[in-house]
Design a protein around this ligand. Structure first.
Ligand SMILES: Cc1cc2nc3c(=O)[nH]c(=O)nc-3n(C[C@H](O)[C@H](O)[C@H](O)COP(=O)(O)OP(=O)(O)OC[C@H]3O[C@@H](n4cnc5c(N)ncnc54)[C@H](O)[C@@H]3O)c2cc1C
Length: 400
């Protein structure tokens, strides 16, 4: 087995390192942060292992709502076009994926990955702690049209192995009593009994320990990757702030930053950031035990250990993770509106923002690149925590 460099120590890089080291490769992970999952999207995400809710972003209903997003009339989704040609190239490919047929195909492809991940996470949860919990997931809908669309898609996903079911508001409240005060505000819910939750940052920290102690994986933190050098269409070295490392095999797992580094070796990746936000507060005994998503407001609530994570919103346009107080205010107001007593909202809110690495078809980019020895595991979008184990295993199977 060979030496492989994994570029990136977010959840995708760490699971890639695990899958490769388990197959006997000698692995070195490089990251600009001082520890795993410190600087990217894996730090403070929604914590959902969303095995059944794999709906692609590009869809007929999203396109129908575009004018509303462009006018800033939607509280959850903001679209601010930029002048960047890359943004427009990405957007055209995104629109080409928004027909019903593409939406359904993309959703099912991601579902297959998510189900592979589910088995892999079940194995890992006995090896180390990451606040992993079988929560089930309730998606709440505030319009009958959206609920009917969800029901039709659930029928399709159930034919491919999911197990989703529509519930009335009363049935949803029976399943999750913490929703009692909010019953008037949704017309129905989609119940995904096998969905789970866990802390992806804690996962990265503890798999880091396991990789060092049991697999001899080496880590180079505080090391900024500047570019990749190739020779004759073959990967040759990685240029970093700590010097140049010769290599024969490397995996790009740099989340939203993958495209810039891949470009230095002549590879163009269709990844554009979609910014999201989270708050993490102490949970009370009134916190929901299931994961709850308010689908209209694109906000998820999830208990992780003794904390309540409130995460979501989606801003496309700006490619930087700008700290926006108004978006955190929206999250806080949504939380107070739905679950006024579920968390201590007067405590430190641990406000965090991150960038989801979106591809036009919501499918991650996994496999060999056109540069020999250079592999890709990136573009996991809104479901990188969920899909990480599946894509790591699929990638490891093609590296020898
Ligand atoms: C608000 C929000 C909520 C979300 N909720 C969920 C959820 O509930 N469930 C789910 O499955 N997914 C969720 N996601 C998506 C998920 O968090 C991401 O898809 C996933 O974390 C991507 O992991 P990654 O390892 O590819 O990238 P990242 O976690 O971003 O890691 C990339 C790593 O690359 C390193 N890096 C970047 N550039 C360089 C460089 N030049 N040199 C060296 N190192 C570099 C960074 O330091 C970082 O550690 C959410 C995302 C957001 C923003």
């Amino acid at each position: 087995m060979s030496d492989v460099f994994v570029l990136g120590a977010g959840v995708v890089g760490m699971t890639t390192a695990y899958a490769l080291a388990s197959r006997g490769h000698s692995v070195t992970v490089i990251d600009a942060g001082l520890a795993p999952a410190e600087r990217g999207a894996s730090f403070g995400n929604g914590a959902q292992l969303s095995y059944a809710f794999t709906d692609a972003l590009a869809s007929p209903s999203l396109v129908a709502n575009l004018p509303m997003y462009l006018l800033g009339r939607d509280p959850a989704f903001r679209l601010t076009p930029t002048l960047s040609p890359k943004f427009w190239g990405w957007s055209l490919r995104f629109l080409a994926n928004s027909s019903r047929a593409s939406f359904e195909r993309n959703t099912i492809e991601v579902l297959k990955l998510a189900m592979e991940s589910r088995c892999a996470f079940a194995d890992l949860s006995s090896k180390f702690h990451f606040d992993h919990r079988s929560t089930g997931k309730l998606n709440l809908y505030s319009s009958h049209v959206a609920l009917r669309n969800a029901e039709a898609l659930a029928r399709l996903k159930n034919r491919h192995g999911a197990d989703q079911k529509i519930l009335t508001p009363d049935e949803a409240i029976e399943r999750e009593p913490a929703l009692a005060g909010y019953g008037h505000a949704f017309v129905g819910a989609l119940w995904s009994p096998f969905d789970e939750a866990g802390d992806s940052r804690l996962f990265c920290q503890n798999i880091h320990r396991l990789l060092q102690s049991d697999y001899g994986v080496k880590f180079k933190f505080d090391t900024e990757i500047k570019s990749l050098k190739t020779r004759g269409q073959k990967i040759n070295s990685i240029v970093t702030s700590a010097g140049e490392f010769e290599c024969e095999r490397a995996v790009i797992a740099l989340g939203v930053w993958s495209a810039a580094i891949a470009k230095s070796s002549g590879i163009r990746l269709p990844i554009w950031p979609m910014q999201g936000y989270s708050l993490t507060v102490p949970a009370t005994s009134m916190a929901p035990s299931s994961s709850i998503t308010d689908t209209t407001r694109k906000v998820v609530f999830c208990k992780i250990g003794d904390r309540l994570r409130i995460a979501g919103l989606a801003d496309i346009g700006d490619s930087r993770a700008t700290f926006r107080p108004d978006r955190f205010q929206t999250l806080l107001e949504t939380a107070r509106g739905i679950f006024p007593d579920a968390g201590d909202y007067n405590a430190n809110l641990n406000a965090w923002t991150g960038l989801r690495p979106m591809t036009p078809n919501s499918q991650p980019i996994v496999g060999a690149s056109k540069v020999a020895g250079l592999f890709l595991n990136c573009g996991h979008g809104s479901l990188g925590w969920t899909l990480s184990m599946a894509t790591a295993l699929r990638l490891a199977a093609v590296i020898n």
